[in-house]
Write a new protein. Structure first.
Lengths: 112, 114
C-alpha cells in the first residue's frame, strides 16, 4: 500500500531558527514529490515540486530534497519567520495525476 | 485571475439531505480534481477530470457521491443522501493544460452534516 508519512505532526520553534520537516513514502516508484503549504481555513499552495530525476529544488528560503532510495524527502526552511506558521503537506505522485498520496501534514508554529 | 472558486464556503445540512458543492476552475485550465480533507483521513483524492471527462473516480467513497463537469468552467460534487460521516472540507483544484502536477487549489467548502 502506498503511504506517505510526516513526522512530527506539530513543531514549534523560535523565530530565526533553521528547521527541517520530514516526509517519508513507502513506494519509491514516485513520479514526483510536492510540498504544499496550507493556512487555516484555506486551500493548499504549492511550494516546491521535485521530479523523480532530481535531488533537490530551491525557492527563496526553502529547499526541498528527495532521496528515492530511502523513501524520504525533507523541506528545509532557513531563518524562520512568524509568517511561516502554517501546515506543511507533502504529496507523492505515482504514474498519473490521479495517483497522488498526501501526508497528514506538519503543523508549524514560529514563535516571535 | 480570481483563482479557483468554490461555493458555498460553508454548508450545514441535516442527515439525509442532498448537498451540492460547486467549483469554477481557473480559465484555461483543463484538469480538475475534487479532494476531501478530514482530521482522521487527511487529504484524499475523490475524482479527477481531464477536458471535462472523468478519468479516475476510484476515490469516490460510495454511490451516494457523484460528480459532473458539464463544461470547462464548472463542476459539481453531489452527495445524496448526506450522512454525518461526510462532514469534511472539500477542495477543488485545477491544473493548466499539460501541467497536471501544477495544482491550484480553491479555498474549500466546509461541510457539516448533523
Amino acid at each position: 500500500k502506498q503511504e506517505v508519512t510526516q513526522i512530527p505532526a506539530a513543531l514549534s520553534v523560535p523565530e530565526g531558527e533553521n528547521l527541517v520537516l520530514n516526509c517519508s513514502f513507502t513506494d519509491s516508484a514516485i513520479y514526483n514529490l510536492q510540498w504544499f503549504r496550507q493556512d487555516p481555513g484555506k486551500g493548499l499552495t504549492s511550494l516546491l515540486l521535485i521530479q523523480s530525476s532530481q535531488r533537490e529544488q530551491t525557492s527563496g528560503r526553502l529547499n526541498a530534497s528527495l532521496d528515492k532510495s530511502s523513501g524520504r524527502s525533507t523541506l528545509y526552511i532557513a531563518a524562520s519567520q512568524p509568517g511561516d506558521s502554517a501546515t506543511y503537506l507533502c504529496a507523492a505522485l505515482y504514474s498519473s495525476a490521479s495517483k497522488i498520496i498526501f501526508g497528514s501534514g506538519t503543523r508549524l508554529s514560529i514563535r516571535p | 485571475d480570481a483563482g479557483v472558486i468554490q461555493s458555498p464556503r460553508h454548508e450545514v445540512t441535516e442527515m439525509g439531505q442532498e448537498v451540492t458543492l460547486r467549483c469554477k476552475p481557473i480559465s484555461g485550465h483543463n484538469s480538475l480534481f475534487w479532494y476531501r480533507q478530514t482530521m482522521m483521513r487527511g487529504l484524499e483524492l475523490l475524482i479527477y477530470f481531464n477536458n471535462n471527462v472523468p478519468i479516475d473516480d476510484s476515490g469516490m467513497p460510495e454511490d451516494r457521491f457523484s460528480a459532473k463537469m458539464p463544461n470547462a468552467s464548472f463542476s459539481t460534487l453531489k452527495i445524496q443522501p448526506s450522512e454525518p460521516r461526510d462532514s469534511a472540507v472539500y477542495f477543488c483544484a485545477s491544473t493548466p493544460t499539460g501541467k497536471v502536477y501544477e495544482q491550484y487549489f480553491g479555498p474549500g467548502t466546509r461541510l457539516t452534516v448533523t
